[in-house]
Design a protein around this ligand. Structure first.
Ligand code: NAD
Length: 238
C-alpha cells in the first residue's frame, strides 16, 4: 500500500527498465521518494550501459543534479543465463561479474560521499538465493551473487559509522523478463520453483519491491549488513 514513508528521499534505481527494478522505482515513488532511473534500455532517466567506463560516476552526477542530492541506492541491473561449466567461455563469465558485481561496486563507491553526507543513507543491493547456494549452469551468476552479498556486508561495516545502512535482498524465482525464457523453454523448471516455495507460487516483481521499500524506510533504520531471502519460503525446504 502506498504511503509517505519515503518522503524526502532521493534514490537511484538501476535496471529500472524492466522487472524488479521497474517495480522498485514505482514503489519508491508511491511511498514519496524522488527516483532517478537508469538502464541500458527502456523508459528511464538515463539510458546507459553501466559497465562502461565512467558510467556510474555520470549516473551519480546526473541524479544529484536532477534531485538536489542523493541518499538511497538500489542497483537492480543484472544479467543471467544458463551456461554449463565445461565450455563456459571467459568473456561471458567476466561480463556477468562486470554487470552484477563490478558495476554495483562502482555505483556504491561513487555515491558514497553523498550517502555519508545525508546521514541516513540507504543501500539495497540485489543478491539471489544463489548468494548462499549454487545451481547447475549458474556458476558465473552464483559467483557474482555470492560476491555482491559479501560486498554489501563490508559496505555496511564501513559506512555504518556515517548512518548508512546496506542490506542485500535475495529474491527467489521471480516472474520477470530475466526468467521468462528459461520458464518457457523448461516448464519443469518453473514447476520446480513453484512447488519448492512454501507459498507454492513464483514471486512477482512487486513482492521484492515492497521489501526493498521497507529497507529504504526509517522502519529499517537499525537493520544493516544482512542478506534477506524473499523467496516465498523456498530455501527453508529441502
Ligand atoms: N527474476 C528472478 O528470478 C531473480 C532472482 C534473483 C535475483 N534477481 C536479480 O534481480 C535483479 C533484477 O532482475 P530482473 O529479474 O528484474 O531482470 P530483468 O531482466 O527484468 O531486469 C534487469 C534489467 O537490468 C538491465 N541491465 C542489464 N545489464 C545492464 C547494463 N550493463 N547496464 C544497465 N542496465 C543493465 C536490463 O536492461 C534490464 O532492464 C537482477 O540483479 C537479478 O539478478 C532476479
Amino acid at each position: 500500500m502506498a504511503s509517505d514513508r519515503l518522503l524526502g528521499r532521493k534514490a537511484i534505481v538501476t535496471g529500472a527498465g524492466s522487472g524488479i527494478g521497474a517495480a522498485t522505482a514505482a514503489r519508491l515513488r508511491a511511498d514519496g521518494a524522488q527516483v532517478f532511473t537508469a538502464d541500458v534500455q527502456g523508459d528511464v532517466d538515463l539510458v546507459a550501459d553501466l559497465t562502461a567506463e565512467g558510467a556510474n560516476a555520470r549516473l551519480v552526477e546526473q541524479a544529484v543534479a536532477a534531485m538536489g542530492g542523493l541518499d538511497t541506492l538500489v542497483p537492480c541491473a543484472g544479467i543471467s543465463a544458463f551456461h554449463p561449466l565445461e565450455g563456459h567461455d571467459d568473456a561471458y563469465f567476466l561480463k556477468v561479474l562486470d554487470v552484477n558485481l563490478v558495476a554495483v561496486f562502482r555505483l556504491v563507491r561513487d555515491a558514497a560521499p553523498w550517502l555519508k553526507a545525508a546521514g541516513n543513507g540507504r543501500i539495497v543491493t540485489i543478491g539471489s538465493t544463489t548468494s548462499s547456494h549454487g545451481d547447475e549452469g549458474l556458476c558465473a551468476y552464483s559467483a557474482s551473487k555470492h560476491a555482491v552479498l559479501g560486498f554489501t556486508k563490508s559496505v555496511a561495516a564501513e559506512l555504518g559509522p556515517f548512518g548508512v545502512t546496506a542490506n542485500c535482498v535475495q529474491p527467489g524465482a521471480i516472474a520477470t523478463p530475466m526468467t521468462a525464457p528459461a520458464f518457457t523453454r523448461m516448464p519443469e523448471f518453473r514447476t520446480f520453483w513453484e512447488n519448492k516455495a512454501a507459498l507454492r507460487r513464483l514471486g512477482q516483481p512487486e513482492d521484492i519491491a515492497d521489501v526493498i521499500a521497507f529497507l529504504c524506510s526509517d522502519d529499517a533504520r537499525f537493520m544493516s549488513g544482512h542478506g534477506v531471502w524473499v523467496d516465498g519460503g523456498a530455501m527453508v525446504r529441502h
